[in-house]
Design a protein around this ligand. Structure first.
Ligand SMILES: [Zn+2]
Length: 290
């Protein structure tokens, strides 16, 4: 896309963005960069995003084209629709219809939830952030193809490039959290939606690759305790459902989960299953200011 277009699209969220190095506000320079008062400079990318973590070693990211294809397949085949529905319900309960709000999807990956929420809440200001440049590129490309009004940032969750108290809804779906940063950027009335796996999440994959895993079973207890040390769960929705899957879908589930990231094609080949269990907790959380 043209940088001048991206600069125009970025202008409305400029007041929300902060330099990740010094915390100062930005101005646009020559329709191609964001520059802070300390002259730290971050380029807009013709692929449709702003890179606010240019020093990050992208080789360390585990994303590749096959992973996106797999994630997209399972998300678009509806396995996570109930999760999306629960999130929509939490946002709808928070806002009168049509009212604007700012949503930040931290660790958005290839941007499924951000796109679906942009479709559902056209008056919302939707920002997706991920440290993987490839993930954000894919997210921006798909949003553009669907003509959705969304904003995409390459950035680090431990140094969110956003102003204090500017986010109404913060999504953190199956990715790590930094609650001090989350509390800083959330508005006083705002809330966090945290999605975390239950014990049976993708248990068919876990069973198949058990020999390769450090731990055979999973418990979300430590994650939950960490969360409850920083906030109060005000609403909870559990999704527990087992779906039949065809071989193509089984392969996609195998390829998209971190459980199999260490395994080569060989170890994954030959593995198959005929059903998959989705076991997720969707939590609406009020964070305590730190
Ligand atoms: Zn700066």
């Amino acid at each position: 896309m043209k940088l001048s277009q991206l600069a125009r699209d970025t202008a409305p969220i400029l007041p929300l963005l902060r330099c990740p190095l010094c915390g100062a506000g930005f101005s646009l320079r020559e329709e191609r960069s964001l520059v802070c008062m300390e002259s730290h400079c971050f380029d807009l990318s013709a692929r449709g995003y702003v890179n606010l973590a240019p020093g990050h070693n992208q080789q360390a990211e585990k994303y590749d084209a096959a992973l996106f294809t797999s994630r997209r397949l399972v998300l678009e085949h509806g396995f996570y629709d109930e999760v999306l529905g629960a999130i929509i319900g939490m946002i709808t309960g928070f806002l009168p219809p049509g009212r604007g709000f700012t949503l930040l999807d931290v660790g958005c990956g290839e941007g499924f939830y951000s796109r679906e929420l942009a479709r559902r809440f056209p008056a919302g200001q939707i920002l997706g952030l991920d440290l993987s440049r490839d993930a954000i590129s894919a997210a921006a490309r798909q949003a553009r193809a669907a003509k959705l009004k969304t904003h995409w940032l390459v950035g680090n969750l431990t140094r969110l490039p956003l102003a204090d108290n500017c986010v109404d809804v913060l999504l953190n779906i199956l990715t790590p959290a930094d609650y001090a940063q989350f509390a800083r950027v959330l508005s006083p009335g705002g809330f966090l939606v945290k999605v975390l796996p239950g014990t049976r999440y993708l248990e068919q994959v876990r069973t198949e690759v058990a020999d390769h895993l450090r731990r055979g079973t999973y418990s979300n207890q430590p994650v939950l305790e960490h969360l409850e040390a920083h906030g109060r769960i005000v609403e909870q929705h559990s999704v527990l459902r087992t779906f039949p899957v065809n071989p193509e879908e089984a392969a996609a589930f195998l390829a998209m989960t971190p459980m199999t990231f260490g395994l080569g094609e060989e170890a994954r080949g030959g593995v198959t299953f005929s059903e998959i269990t989705i076991d997720l907790e969707i939590l609406k959380v009020k964070l305590e200011a730190l």
